[in-house]
Design a protein around this ligand. Structure first.
Ligand code: AMP
Ligand code: ZN
Length: 116
């Protein structure tokens, strides 16, 4: 838990969010600034900065979060598939330093990397 972390506060219900899913370990909620018709994030309730700070003790939690992605995506209507994004560290473009899996889909999802 981190007092100043916005996603810890969301997971604790101290900051409102549009909840997608919750259990003892994990919270999922819609992104406030979606890049596609469906865009939500899966976060651990326990404060973990990024994948760069993860170790073997997080294996079960990370597996649970990954397996929730297709389940919750289907529940959100993404029957044809979805994109997952995990930004890790400043070098990975991470802006909120509490690990989260973006689940994105619906509409036209462009190729991830543009090649010229
Ligand atoms: P990242 O760049 O991977 O760290 O993504 C952070 C994401 O958090 C961005 O897509 C933001 O739109 C989203 N975000 C920031 N604050 C909130 C909030 N209060 N509720 C929902 N999503 C948020
Ligand atoms: Zn946090």
């Amino acid at each position: 838990m981190s007092d100043n972390c916005i996603f810890c506060k969301i997971a604790r219900g101290e900051i409102p969010s549009r909840k997608v899913y919750e259990d003892d370990d994990v919270f999922a909620f819609h992104d406030i600034n979606p890049v596609a018709p469906v865009h939500f994030m899966i976060v651990p309730k326990h404060h973990l900065v990024s994948l760069m700070e993860a170790d073997d003790s997080h294996a079960a939690l990370l597996g649970k979060m990954l397996l929730l992605a297709p389940k919750l995506a289907r529940e959100q209507g993404l029957e044809n598939g979805f994109r997952t994004v995990i930004n890790s560290g400043k070098g990975g473009g991470q802006e909120v330093f509490h690990l989260h899996i973006h689940v994105i889909g619906g509409g036209n999802i462009p190729p991830m990397v543009k090649r010229s």
